[in-house]
Design a protein around this ligand. Sequence first.
Ligand SMILES: Nc1ncnc2c1ncn2[C@@H]1O[C@H](COP(=O)(O)OP(=O)(O)OP(=O)(O)O)[C@@H](O)[C@H]1O
Ligand SMILES: [Mg+2]
Length: 301
Amino acid sequence: MGKKVKKASSSRPQHRPTQKGTRPPRSRPLLERHLKLYEEIKRHNEELQRATEHKSHFLARMSHEIRIPLSIIMGFLDILSLETLGTLNQEQKTAVDKMLVQSQKLQKMIGGVLSLSQIEAGIIPIEISTFPMERIVESLRALAEDLQRKTNLKVRWDIDQDLPPLATDASKLDEILQNMVVNAFKYTSKGEVRIRIKNHLDSKTVEFVVEDTGRGIAAENISKIFDGFQQIDTTTSNQGVGLGLAIVKTYLELLKGKIQVQSKLGKGSTFTLILPHTLKAKKNHSARRVERPRRKGPARR
Ligand SMILES: Nc1ncnc2c1ncn2[C@@H]1O[C@H](COP(=O)(O)OP(=O)(O)OP(=O)(O)O)[C@@H](O)[C@H]1O
Ligand SMILES: [Mg+2]
């Protein structure tokens, strides 16, 4: 004998024929449950967003407030170190110098936290202006020449001619590139640093490449370096705080750019940044007047 087939109707609500256009009553509780769930998730999201905004505002405010007493402390440490208030013995001098180095580190950390929290809280304005790319090149050259003098590393430049003007936030772009160049010098003990700027007319983008022959980054650590306060090798005398690349990543998102990293441990790293020629202004962005190139002719090589 075959198995008895259980009547499907026993636990389910019975459906009576409904009027045309009305939903069958069976789906109503489910729909209501979904709607309730949706409302709850939406409310949680809004609460979370408010909490994040409060946190970012608090951090931005706090970092700003800490800067003032810190700079006063640093001012006095400077005076002590210069022996304006009296001669220091060797031990006192060493102590004051150590305090100065650590306060500089603290100042840098506070500056980084302030920038990141201001971006999160949406209170960092994006100032779009149109400027010649030579301006960026000049600023990079000044930085690289200074770092070259201090490290004795070679620097190689490869810059496209006839670079177009950029319409973006110049000071943020400057900070992004400076962080990358400083890192290239900082994590390279011998060899060279190469800086390339390439124009891509078809995609209306510009590519900045900073390459070094330094210590490199292990594959498993590459994804971590853009997180704040992440320093891969803390054994070296790194005076940084691990915020440079977190700021690079956050600024790049604002400027609609992208960054790629290729690296081999012990061989070197290549950071490639792609940026649109023109950043479109949003409602809260401010756009400034067009700047004229300072001098004519191709970029220096
Ligand atoms: N060119 C590079 N070569 C090797 N390692 C690098 C390079 N750039 C970054 N890193 C690694 O990524 C980590 C994070 O870099 P990031 O610039 O954010 O911080 P930092 O240089 O340690 O400090 P800061 O930039 O805040 O002064 C570094 O500590 C280093 O371990
Ligand atoms: Mg750095």
